[in-house]
Ligand binder design. Structure first.
Ligand code: KIV
Ligand code: ZN
Length: 501
């Protein structure tokens, strides 16, 4: 079977989704997890775009040993120099340089002629090749580029020494048959392409990113650019877990292999979701809550008789457990540790202590602790950076026909902040009381609540996105009390926003 390289751009294109920005330590945590997952190339960021991006690329380059580290650069010297400075310590550094090649990009964005764009490609690729042995060239908006010109652009990049040629569907416009045509044409018409790796990079504006990426592979691409949970600009990028599992489950027909350790797919998806505070849609393939649930009686009956009647892969293959009820009040430290081992979750000792404390509090409130509860506890207690603000207490008065009243006490490193407010319902009152306590005004951009386990005493997980001084940040909180979960999520989003500033 031929090998397909997995290029993960969660930390670069993925982070470009509004509200998905991560702190330095969060990026490092994701990068380490991506390496454990078996990703071949990690695109760590766009170093010229900010000092934070530069520092993240540098730190990741100094830490990661197995995966190649790529950094993005426009086709200009100062971007390439900065990218090189950021990743030069990586064991395997790669500079990824790009320029728009479609008429729309050349005319309106770059204000350049075709000749000027070709000159930019020659210069930037040659310049980057003098710094590192691996240079990737992307013809931005390739799928809306005139085909003649695309051939010339790719030929120019190959002649200048590019080792990987990426054909991005920047605006998620192409369809599988067209993407096959484009890549086949390039292979036929650009002779030197035989000695380079062709790459796909698809956006999901029409919901076709995974299908287009698979078509690209069918046409000869041997690198696929993806993000965890498909996060990214607008509708997102190709979801890593979907492409990888398509190649894995259908290796009979697709005949390709990857280096991904599939049992880390679900833990990685959960880790990212907890760090950026984006919930995963219940019906999301591979990692959604319902991806392995069988509701209809006829399906359940079939499953009990023979699993493969309705299941094309086992939950265990992607790192999800079969048995959902696992722990309770009496499980103790040992029981929790054992379950974490079974779920292949590794955490440092001090983080385990925080987790265990939260676990015992939850076990006092509900009898059965499900795996999903453990993931939720992980995300809210140890997955993210230590919160700057903690909810110490929350008092609520709710009466039908009257405004709700909330009083909160919030602990920061050195102080206790208190606030009281009324609101249109208990959640509104609690969030206003927090604003009062911290003397801030923020806008709630998004609010999502999910019950993560069955039963009336289920844990509610709240995800919020806020805008504080025009900066978006996300936070997550969980509790059997949904008002408390909302308050925790709100405080985490405020902490997150301050960590980013
Ligand atoms: O979508 C795109 O074209 C990109 C390039 C920078 C590769 O993200
Ligand atoms: Zn992109």
């Amino acid at each position: 079977m031929e090998h397909v390289h997995i290029f993960d751009t969660t930390l670069r294109d993925g982070e470009q989704s509004p509200g998905a920005s991560m702190s330095l330590s969060q990026k490092l945590e994701i990068a380490v997890q991506l390496e454990t997952l078996g990703v071949d190339i990690i695109e760590a960021g766009f170093p010229i775009s900010s000092p934070h991006q530069f520092d993240a690329c540098k730190k990741i380059s100094e830490t990661i040993q197995q995966s190649t580290i790529a950094a993005l650069a426009r086709a200009v010297e100062k971007d390439i120099d900065t990218a090189y400075e950021a990743i030069k310590k990586a064991k395997n550094p790669r500079i990824h340089t790009f320029i728009g090649t479609s008429p729309i990009h050349m005319k309106y964005k770059l204000n350049k002629t075709e000749a000027e764009v070709l000159e930019g490609i020659t210069h930037s690729v040659t310049y980057a090749r003098n710094l590192v042995p691996e240079v990737e060239f992307s013809a931005e908006d390739a799928t809306r580029t005139d085909r003649e010109f695309l051939c010339r652009a790719v030929d120019t990049a190959v002649k200048a020494g590019a080792t990987i040629i990426n054909i991005p569907d920047t605006v998620g416009y192409t369809v599988p048959s067209e993407y096959i045509d484009i890549i086949t044409m390039l292979k036929e018409r650009v002779p030197g392409l035989d000695n380079t790796i062709i790459s796909t990079h698809c956006h999901d504006d029409l919901g076709l990113a995974v299908a287009n990426s698979l078509s690209g592979i069918e046409a000869g691409a041997r690198q696929v650019e993806v993000t965890i949970n498909g996060i990214g600009e607008r509708a997102g990028n190709t979801a890593l877990e979907e492409v990888v599992m398509s190649l894995y489950v259908r290796k009979d027909t697709l005949k390709k292999s990857t280096n991904i350790r599939t049992q880390y797919l679900y833990p990685t998806s959960r880790l990212l979701s907890s760090i950026i505070g984006f919930p995963i849609a219940r019906n999301k393939a591979i990692v959604g809550e319902n991806a392995f649930a069988h509701e209809a009686g006829i399906h359940q009956d079939g499953m009990l008789k023979h699993r493969e009647t309705y299941e094309i892969m086992t939950p265990k293959t992607v790192g999800r457990s079969d048995s959902k009820i696992v722990l309770g009040r009496h499980s103790g430290r040992h029981g929790l540790k054992h379950r974490l081992e079974q779920l292949e979750i590794k955490i440092a000792d001090e983080k385990f202590e925080v987790l265990y404390e939260n676990f015992t509090q939850l076990a006092d409130k509900k009898k059965e602790i499900f795996d999903e509860d453990i993931y939720s506890l992980l995300s809210t207690s140890v997955g993210a950076d230590a919160a700057m603000f903690e909810l110490e207490s929350l008092d609520l008065t709710i009466k039908t026909g009257s405004l709700a009243v909330a009083s909160v006490s919030v602990k920061s490193q050195s102080e206790i902040h208190k606030g009281t407010a009324t609101g249109d319902g208990p959640v509104d009152a609690a969030l206003r009381a927090i604003e009062e306590a911290l003397a801030i005004r923020s806008k709630l951009v998004d609010f999502d609540i999910q019950s993560i386990t069955p039963g009336k005493n289920s844990v509610g997980e709240v995800s919020v996105v806020i805008a504080l001084e025009d900066k978006h940040s996300a936070g997550r909180g969980s509790s059997t009390d949904i008002v408390e979960a909302s308050a925790i999520a709100y405080l985490n989003a405020i902490s997150h926003s301050m960590l980013l500033s």
